[in-house]
Design a protein around this ligand. Sequence first.
Ligand code: ZN
Length: 500
Amino acid sequence: MSPFDELCSHARASAILESIESVLGWDERTYMPEAAGAYRAEQMTFVSGLIHRRRTDPRLGELLAQLTGSDLAKDPHSDAGTTIRQLKRDYDKRIKLPQELVEELTRASVLGQQAWVKARAADDYASFAPHVEKLFSLVRQRAEYLGYKDHPYDALLDDFEPWAKTADVAKVLAALRDELAPLVQAIMQSGRRAPVEILSRKYPKAAQESFGKAAAAAIGFDFQRGRLDVTHHPFCSGMGPNDCRITTRYDEQFFPSAFFGTLHEAGHGIYDQGLRTEQFGLPPGSFVSLGIHESQSRMWENLVGRNRAFWQFFFPQFTAAFGEASRGVSLDEFYWAINGVAPSLIRVEADEATYNLHIIIRFELEQALLTGDLPVADVPAAWKEKYRKYLGIEPPNDKDGCLQDVHWSAALIGYFPTYSLGNLYAAQFFEKANAELGGLDQQFARGEFAPLKQWLQKNIHERGQCYAAADLVKLVTGQPLSHAPLMRHLRGKLGPLYGI
Ligand code: ZN
């Protein structure tokens, strides 16, 4: 076997173990009986130990040393070049970290999440603060081992958005913040309010399920190669080249939760299903970054699913499915209801416009926590101050303030900005697709979603990791990432609705 073939079969075997871990994880979050939790944790720890051993196998290091600099690695964007570059990158990162630190971080994040659940329920930040202290000190050490040039946050961000730099992300998010905050303010001062009560009528679960599934299938999620199940915290898990699991949760008193959640996860799923199956387990068949993954979910959820043309097609089906709830509601009223903007305290319930302000607040705070500029004890006050400044509201407690997200307790520091990057990438890709495909609105109004899906597959999905996210954006749209397309989209939609 050639060294390159050996490298690929080594990586594919690790991917098999990772997909086994995904099956266990999916089952844990959907159908597993509660009592099975402890043994499932043992199973998953065992498998993840095997994965870590394989991914740091000295033989892998030898093969990569041999292949880096070889002819196969010459074209960095070819499948072979991408495979060698990305596997080397992963290997080099993993072997920099001492085993004790990896284990300590796993332990601290398990304990952190348990403490967070209790602290949140009791609205008791003080009991959670020592865990925040510990977790940030561990990820700081992690950043030191991994190395960085400008900011320790770079090393953490890189796990979620490979090759991205804090300074670049900060720049684009600051530009977004400076235009978004006044837009939200103008909306609040417009005196207009979206008729959101329409969304809180009674929407029977069975009807929501069949309507949501039909919409997911219509936009292109392939149910022959995937499933939709129910969970508490929806997610998408690609666990094989032809096996993508998406999940949702149903609230009979609130229509958007399951419907837009399903479109969101189906968007993630369409990306997974659009990857090249023959490259499964190898970098050319893997997603680029969390930000690019999120751009696909956000595109189908917001740019398509909250588009008026989409509802021109789906509104008759909606009224047929929810006769009682939709009585007396016009398409225009419904469209406004699902696009209402109002500052709120909880990130996961935020609308398309204010959502990014929630992310920017977290991004700013976690950088300050990492450098020590913000003492852990001062987080609640800093949180309130930023909410006042950017959203004009202040949480009355920490439960709906700095204790609302799981991320910090799970050592997922550097993750938040990928949500907003996803929104930015989505708007920029969508603008380009619209220009190239010539009028997506008319297609949506006819129920045609295949052209957009095929465009995304060709330009993004099938490229796997052959380009870093920032380069992919430039390659596909001809421009570097900018806040302008998202602002154009939001102004174009919200301006007429709010008369601003
Ligand atoms: Zn998502």
